[in-house]
Design a protein around this ligand. Structure first.
Ligand code: KG4
Ligand code: ZN
Length: 366
């Protein structure tokens, strides 16, 4: 086997077109991200209030070669230095996934290098191995704009989903709450900033499904409760003051934090039954950037004596370095595809569990 493997990763499953080069050397056994380029399409879709699949697919087609050229340039590599091309083959918006898969097939065929189809969720779930070489099995809370699930990550292709949201993802709830309160998008950072000056006890918001002993969650009722409290405040004072915005932001953020913490405790208990010695709790996804949520999850992790891993933000949100990394892991195991690789709009990591309801505002964004 090569002493050094270099993989190009391609990501185009929703509204980010990304390319990255990741290298792994068997000498020091360390992965290195040589470059990671992300072109966000945020502004293209902003006026539509969500991602428009056709616009996204067209933009990906325009941006795939530019992001790849930039990734090569920044890493000081040429296509001749690349050992394999890894591409998100699902789940996601089918037009975008197809654009990426076709692009990667072209590179694979043109350069005679292996093609590796990667599950986007595996990209998020295996990020702790890229950043910390974390050993299996570990517990992952994937909490993003389109997803919220607890996974026991047992291997490259082995996952147990313990539970997840039955409706909105927390990211979606943050974004909708921001809209209700007249704050900017994306809503997560805006609500977090606004919450700083607020009193989380000023209003009482629900903590859905906390009476259930499982790891499932629900966030859509929370946002409706914020709507009711906002309307009450507006009826009372004829408008939405910055004071009320801050109190509602703080109350909402604390409610999400409480639900995630309580359900993480349940997931940790299930996970600890199979991994009592060196437990690890890892988080990924945009919502993991929230300081209150991050701190609360770290506290839960400490309660169980587990190591807490939260990748840097650029690797929490959608990127192609995670796709290149899964490609590298699969390449080392000989798990490569051929030109019959197809794009999959749905592709659950744990095929044993029943599919979850609710997908989130961004279609199949993961
Ligand atoms: O992982 P991500 O970048 O994209 C998906 O794959 O979905 O997550 C985006 C989501 C958005 O809903 C955004 O509002 C939320 O993550 N987010 C946050 C924060 N930063 C981003 N939510 C709460 N607090 C934050 N600081
Ligand atoms: Zn994602």
């Amino acid at each position: 086997m090569n002493a050094r493997l270099t993989v190009l990763g391609i990501e185009s499953s929703c509204d980010e077109t990304a390319a990255a080069i990741v290298q792994y050397s068997s000498d020091d056994q360390l992965p290195r991200i040589l470059s990671s380029i992300v072109f966000s399409q945020y502004e293209l879709h902003a006026s539509f209030g969500g991602v428009v699949p056709e616009i996204a697919a067209r933009a990906h087609t325009d941006l795939l070669d530019r992001s790849t050229a930039k990734a090569l340039q920044e890493s000081g590599m040429t296509l001749d230095d690349i050992d394999a091309v890894a591409v998100t083959a699902g789940p996601g918006l089918i037009g975008g996934v197809l654009s990426g898969v076709m692009f990667a097939k072209g590179l694979s065929l043109g350069k005679g290098i292996p093609l590796i189809g990667v599950n986007h969720l595996a990209g998020h779930a295996l990020t702790p191995r890229l950043t910390h070489l974390t050993k299996f099995p570990y517990l992952m809370l994937l909490v993003s704009g389109g997803h919220c699930q607890f996974l026991i990550v047992r291997g490259i292709e082995s996952y147990d989903r313990l539970g997840g949201t039955i409706d909105d993802s927390p990211g979606e709830a943050f974004d909708k709450t921001a809209r209700l309160l007249g704050l900017a998008q994306p809503g997560g950072p805006a609500v977090e900033a606004c919450a700083q000056g607020g009193n989380s006890n000023a209003v009482k918001l629900p903590r859905p499904l906390l009476d259930r002993p499982d790891c499932n969650m629900s966030f859509s009722g929370l946002k409706t409760a914020v709507l009711r409290e906002r309307d009450k405040a507006v009826a009372l004072s004829g408008g939405l003051s910055t004071h009320v915005q801050a109190d509602l932001s703080a109350a909402f953020q604390t409610a999400v934090t409480d639900v995630l913490s309580a359900k993480t405790r349940i997931a940790m208990r299930a996970y600890m039954q199979i991994q009592p010695d060196v437990p690890v709790l890892a988080v990924s996804g945009g919502v993991a950037a929230n300081n209150q949520i991050r701190a609360a999850l770290e506290t839960v992790s400490n309660e169980f004596g587990a190591e807490f891993l939260a990748p840097p933000l650029a690797l929490c949100t959608d990127n192609a370095a995670m796709i290149a990394w899964v490609g590298l892991e699969k390449l080392q195991l000989g798990l490569v595809d051929d030109l019959s690789l197809s794009a999959r709009p749905r592709w659950p990591l744990d095929t044993k569990s029943t599919p979850m309801l609710g997908a989130g505002k961004k279609g199949a964004k993961a």
